[in-house]
Design a binder for this molecule. Sequence first.
Ligand code: PLP
Length: 345
Amino acid sequence: MITKNIALLEERLSTIPRLGLTDLPTPLEPLPRLSAALGGPKLWVKREDCTGLGFGGNKLRKLDFVLRDAVDSGADTVVSGGVVQSNSQRQVAAAAAKLGLECHLAVYQGRLKPPTPEYERSGNALLNRFYGAHLYDVPWTGDRNEAIASLSRRLGGEGRNPYVVPYGVSNGLGAVAYSETAIEIAGQAQTLGFTPDAIVHCTGSAGTQAGLVLGASHALPETKIVGIDIDAEPERVREDVVSYGHEAAQLLGLEFDQDKVEVVAGHAGPAYGVIHDATREAIGIAARLEALLLDPVYSGKGLAGLMALIREGRWSDRDNVVFVHTGGTPALFAYGSVLDIQAGP
Ligand SMILES: Cc1ncc(COP(=O)(O)O)c(C=O)c1O
């Protein structure tokens, strides 16, 4: 049932300007073959990989609001950053190309050792070049935003009017954007005849989870939001979810309930961006049973975490669980030679 709370969130969201770059709502689809194979709850997938522009992904929702702020502030240049295979910077580059803004990206080298010979040039790294982004190699120091800020200062000094898009497009405004996903899921699930017991997704720079928790507290108050940490930094992720959640709530004139933030540790594998067997299994099973293509850094680890929770018995076969496919598929090609997926007999 559409409640008064959804109406309140919708009304507040309608006051915040956006560009309209994304294809929304994204589909909510059943996963019958995966559900049967895992023998747990009924599984559904929210296709955030289908947000449209430039191979899609979860950052486009955030960019719809964040780049509207950039355009309104008169920026002529967008500055952001991420690791070599960052989906975030690929989506920033795509959106900037569409808007006719220059795009300059700090490419963090050294957060992980290149896992394959194709890592530096294929997947997202290839697409960044297609979109015409300017790429600057910088060392990874652990500070996600300093090199972006420093690049922005340099470009400002050269006479441009740069706008900084933070690492992962995660800030209060990015989280505002993500709160709408909970409204979409609520309406789509109602049409399909269920209320989700949980929404499970991978979490990293934290804006997605902050928005989902905020949105669900209005649109789906009985539904648990479960973030699977893929950064191997669950405490940092939790702190950032809480911080962006409060910022987003303030922008919308609402409250953020930080007690609802659940970040599950233990499924990031050996380190950020390093593939492991649980992720290979998740990517393989999703592709074979549902033709659903996940990636080795984010959505594949997210599904690996969900599969582990199902095997631990967290849900019964009467429960409904929505897995959010946050995108990242182009990275499959950059990790191809270490994925080791076997062909059918
Ligand atoms: C494919 C994909 N999924 C999930 C995430 C995590 O989302 P967030 O950074 O908002 O936590 C990212 C972020 O980079 C991503 O690229």
